[in-house]
Design a protein around this ligand. Sequence first.
Ligand code: 4GP
Length: 799
Amino acid sequence: MTYQDARPATGLQDAILRHLTYTIGKDTAHATLHDWRMALSYAVRDKIVDSWFVSTRTAYEAGAKRVYYLSMEFLIGRLLGDALVNLRFDAEAKAAVEGLGLSFDAVLHDEPDAALGNGGLGRLAACFLESLSTLACPAMGYGIRYEHGLFRQSFEDGRQIEQPETWLQQRHAWEFERPEAMYRVGFGGHVADQDDRAVWTPAEAVLAEAHDTPVVGWQARWTNTLRLWGARAGDPLDLKRFNHGDYVGAAAAEMLARSISRVLYPDDTTPAGKELRLKQEYFFTAASLHDILRRFDSEHGDIRALPDKVAIQLNDTHPAIAGPELVRLLHDERGLPFDEAVDLARRTLNYTNHTLLPEALEKWPVDLMRHLLPRHMMLIDRIDADHAAHFPARPTPIVADGEVNMGTLSFVMANRVNGVSALHTELVKQTVFADLHALHPERIVNQTNGVTPRRWLHACNPRLSGIITGAIGEGWVGDLEQLSGLEPHLDDAGLQDAIAGAKRANKVDLSNWVSATHGVSLDPDAMFDVQIKRIHEYKRQHLNILEAVALWQAIRANPNAGWTPRVKIFGGKAAPGYVFAKKIIHLINDVARVLNADPVTSPFLKVVFLPNYNVTLAERLIPASDLSEQVSTAGKEASGTGNMKFALNGALTVGTLDGANVEIRDHVGAENFFLFGMTAPEVVARRAVPDHAGQAIAADPRLAAALEAIHQGAFSSDDPNRYHDITGNLRGPDYFLVCSDFTDYWRAQRAVDAAYRDGAHWTRMAALNTARSGWFSSDRTIRGYMADIWGATSLRPGA
Ligand code: 4GP
């Protein structure tokens, strides 16, 4: 049976009404928008289930190798629009919903944005799931069902305020509870030797309960599963304590257990909650591995075939405990010799590195590890000793200075280790893993990131998508490299006009929305210059705002110099404990307040910081952007994926030679990319120059004046010293070389201004960015993982 055969014959409207009545229990007269959205979601979900069953059955019948993607983060965003597009049901759904007298847009926007991740690696995981389904690779994502995802951000007097996010307050329309898939996960306790076998008796145990969300691929070709674990207590209520009137104490175990899946860890830089974080990591990794082995056992007999039938990808080091846990399961629980257990685990596991930032490379205190996971600590020591014995000349200890280095552990226990862009992979080889790379030169491979074109062009930018399809047919949605077919058409004036018109219409939509929701009016003919990402010093939002200040000063000094109107739009959250990043947000908001109120300069320059950046906001902003800010200090941004989304949607990049910017520039052409700044080796050399910032400031009066204005309180008259830590940092250590790159950034920005004034040429450059970005599809990335890392095949011939 194929998916098409399984499609129910009833119309969508009937299905919506049926769910409204029998699943939600409401009649049309009393249904709220939320009820309608749920009814539509259930009706759509029914259709996905048909494809899901076919996929599951096909995977079992084929006995094919399965891929498991273990990730602490899945930044999936809203699912309804995505599902409709992939089912090719969007037009029908719109008609059905409007036929019921509702606004389709309002229904779609009622869905909460599921933010089960902090940033790049979480969004990448979501794109990968969609591509795995599109390519019909039998796969499953495993993560945690956080009750509260990434915090909700608002501003109070320009300062970031964090509030808990509550996406699960309403029923989650897409998931299926699987109480039958429940595992016990232990912590603490002791290890005893029984007949030469280690027996771990944990002191406490929680239950991991599965919740499944089907992930449908393009054209419903295939549907995989995202399985998220929720934590529960084995014994939800201590009846004895309850009966003695200790109601809080009676529920303590349940509260403690639930805390494991309550909150997404806000970032990797805060020291608090370390123990809880390690518990989260072990909790979901252990539950996932149990589940994987259970499925393996049900399909295959001999555990020695594990590496032939299973490939497990560790998304960063967060699930690194998978190495020792898998060894424990194979050695302690199944009785395989230790060496064989290690060998099987190592041939099954793979590890992706997403950052070189030292503070983000996880290290766990040995004491904590021993306390929480005593058996794992013993196994880590043994794996470490084993590795050292094999390579005595070049020590690369996993355990050193009282800490377990999870990067080293992941590397040692992996079949393949990959970086996420060509430059990043080279730096991984040369820096963090230089010694391990020398010992295992075949292990590190590159897989440059990608983004799913379904969500990030076809669905979020229907105007441009329609134009592309009109020019080259719709094959590009499932095969993004076909976008190159646009290039021969780009001399067609009609097509150019259409592309320019779509961008302008997207900008009008955005302006209307910004004006309605944030009270700032934007001129859709101004250049929309956008920087959206986590706030971090290495990403250098402060370089961008410093340039805004310098530009403001230049316009004030000479208002009639023919300035190119520009709106600088920012979006992004700072980790709650990252004080400097929060200061940058405050500064941007303060600068925005002053600049937007300046009658002389505001026709040419505005600054807007949109609160609560998330996947949904990105879907709004990217199609309406002209300029993409990718200005990290070279060598610091592992890849970036926002940079790809912008290029794909016809925004030009102003950027450094960092991460995947390098490959984007190679693909779109140097003449269609605004390059500035030092290269990664130049950055290293520059840092060694004493007083590099002072020298840069002395050489550039614009930079000096902009810094001085901030220092003097030009944007914080209520508290003139507010930004002294920022100016002090930039004038002093300036580790991220904001000052040293400023002058060239200013030059590049003026080149951007000049280019924007030539509208036809700009449109051509923008269209070339779209036409040449086909390589940045996550389908290409996943094909690379399948071939080079997993040895997995597609179950759909030709996919
Ligand atoms: C991010 C990197 O910072 C970003 O460059 C990359 O595109 C993304 O991973 C996906 O590979 N890293 C994280 C993190 O999100 O938490 O380290």
